[in-house]
Design a protein around this ligand. Structure first.
Ligand SMILES: [Mg+2]
Length: 245
C-alpha cells in the first residue's frame, strides 16, 4: 500500500554511521519518484538538518534541509512553547547552537537542564546538571535511546546512557522530547497539512520509532537493518526498505 507521505528514522533505517543501509536510498527514491512526500526524523540531538541533508544526498537519498526533523530543534520549540528562556546544556556543540538559534540563553541558574548525546560527558558536567536539577531546574532529555547503531553493526552509547546517569544522581525523571514522544511526527504532519493515517512512520526501533508513530496515530513499518532483528508480533515490516515498495 502506498501513502501520500513517509517519515523515516535515520540511524539504523537509512544509514549506520557513515555507511548507507543497503537498498534504503533506492527504495526511498522510488517512493519520491512516484509522488510521495518524504520526511526524515532523528533522535540524534547532534544532527544539524543541513549537514544531515548533505549526508543523505551524498548517499543517494532524496532530501532537502526542511525535510529533516531532529530532537534538537523539536526540544528547542518545546522549551520556547513552555516559556523557558535559560538553559544548562549537556550536549554536543550542535545542540548548544540549535538552542541558541531559538533564543535560549545558557545560564548559571537555568530554568531547564537539556541533555542529549555528549561525547565529552564528564563527572563535572554530571555534578553541574545534578546541582541545577536539585535546585529546581526542569530535566529535559532530547531522547532516551540507550545506544545507536554504527558501521558494521557496532553499537555506541546513546543519549539515554547519559540521561540515566543524571536520573540516578537526582532521582528526577526527565521529560523526553524525542521519539517515543510523537512531537516531531506531529510537527511533520502539521507542516505537510496531512492526516495521521496518510503518513507511514518507518524505523528500526520499537520503543522509539514505532511507539512514536503509534502515539501520533500513524501507520507504522519496522525494518530489521538497525537494532532489532525480529519483527514483534503483529508489527508490519520487513527485512529492509525494499519491503515498503
Ligand atoms: Mg533508528
Amino acid at each position: 500500500m502506498r501513502y501520500p507521505a513517509y517519515f523515516f528514522d535515520l540511524d539504523g533505517t537509512c544509514y549506520r554511521g557513515s555507511e548507507p543501509v543497503p537498498h534504503a536510498a533506492n527504495a526511498i527514491q522510488q517512493l519520491y519518484a512516484s509522488g510521495a512526500q518524504i520526511r526524515y526524523g532523528t533522535n540524534n540531538s547532534a544532527a544539524d538538518p543541513t549537514k544531515t541533508c548533505e549526508k543523505l544526498k551524498g548517499m543517494g537519498f532524496p532530501c532537502e534541509p526542511e525535510w529533516v526533523y531532529g530532537s534538537g530543534p523539536t526540544t528547542a520549540r518545546y522549551l520556547v512553547r513552555e516559556g523557558i528562556e535559560s538553559v544548562f546544556v549537556v550536549g554536543e556543540p550542535q545542540l548548544h547552537e540549535t538552542l541558541r538559534g531559538f533564543g535560549l540563553a545558557e545560564s548559571d541558574s537555568p530554568e531547564a537542564v537539556v541533555v542529549g548525546i555528549c561525547r565529552t560527558f564528564s563527572y563535572e558536567l554530571l555534578a553541574e546538571a545534578q546541582a541545577h536539577i536539585l535546585n529546581g531546574a526542569k530535566f529535559i532529555a532530547t531522547n532516551q535511546d540507550p545506544t545507536f547503531p554504527m558501521e558494521g553493526g557496532a553499537l555506541k552509547p546513546g543519549a539515554g546512557s547519559i540521561v540515566a546517569a543524571i536520573l540516578t544522581a537526582t532521582s528526577v525523571e526527565p521529560t523526553v522530547i524525542g521519539k517515543p514522544n510523537p512531537q516531531m511526527i506531529l510537527d511533520a504532519l502539521f507542516d505537510l497539512g496531512l492526516e495521521r493515517r496518510e503518513m507511514l512512520v518507518v524505523g528500526d526501533r520499537e520503543d522509539t520509532d514505532i511507539a512514536a508513530g503509534l502515539a501520533a496515530g500513524c501507520p507504522t513499518w519496522m525494518v530489521l537493518t538497525g537494532v532489532t532483528f525480529e519483527l514483534p508480533g503483529g508489527q508490519d515490516g520487513g527485512d529492509d526498505l525494499r519491503s515498503i515498495i
